[in-house]
Design a protein around this ligand. Sequence first.
Ligand code: 5HY
Length: 237
Amino acid sequence: MKLLVINPNTTTSMTEAIASAARAVAAPGTEIVAAQPSFGPASIEGHFDEAWAAAGVAEQAQLAASWNPAATILACFGDPGLEAAREALQGPVLGIAEAAFHAASFLATGFSVVTTMTRTCIIAERLVQRYGFEHLCRGVHGTDIPVLALEDGTGEVLAQLEEASREALALDRSGALILGCAGMAPLCAHLSRSLGVPVIDGVAAAVKMGEALASLGLKTHKQGDYALPIPKRFNRF
Ligand code: 5HY
């Protein structure tokens, strides 16, 4: 099967890192096709960036409709453009936040989220509510690590993230940790070893859930509000 992984920001190196994380867990026979919008912010760190990212996801979903991926993963923790992509595509579309919340719900009676800029915490908190996980999410914690700083590969960022994760787990008394940024995917293995609790990277979780749904032959319901978009004139900028 072919899965589409969309990085909604426009940093190619992060798209490649996300694709590598997806390929590392993909089953034999699963091909990962990575994409990013042709326009939009280099990183997504607030409501304004999310708005552009959602449009970029819609662009990439529309392009992918020509080959209809078996499943599509939106690799940004705000799940931007999720329902637009579900309208445009036949196969399941999974946001990494929603996938991570579900994965954590199987593993512990409470989870914490550690993310990048503190100003984006409200976006994850709203997703917790929208997806119905208030009873399990014990806290969303910002680190004020810029998204693109995650690519530095320096030990300093990893050490800062590890410390913030320990504090969050202790403060919340959580039994699982969710990485609140797709750019953290390459750090998951190290954090899993050092923190002693299940650490969930939404990219990996969404890839495996997408494979599972596709292997069951399950697709998005294409009647009603997830039916294909109504054709109309579309002005481009
Ligand atoms: C992400 N931003 O996963 C989000 C993380 C965030 O560019 N990729 C981004 O802080 O919302």
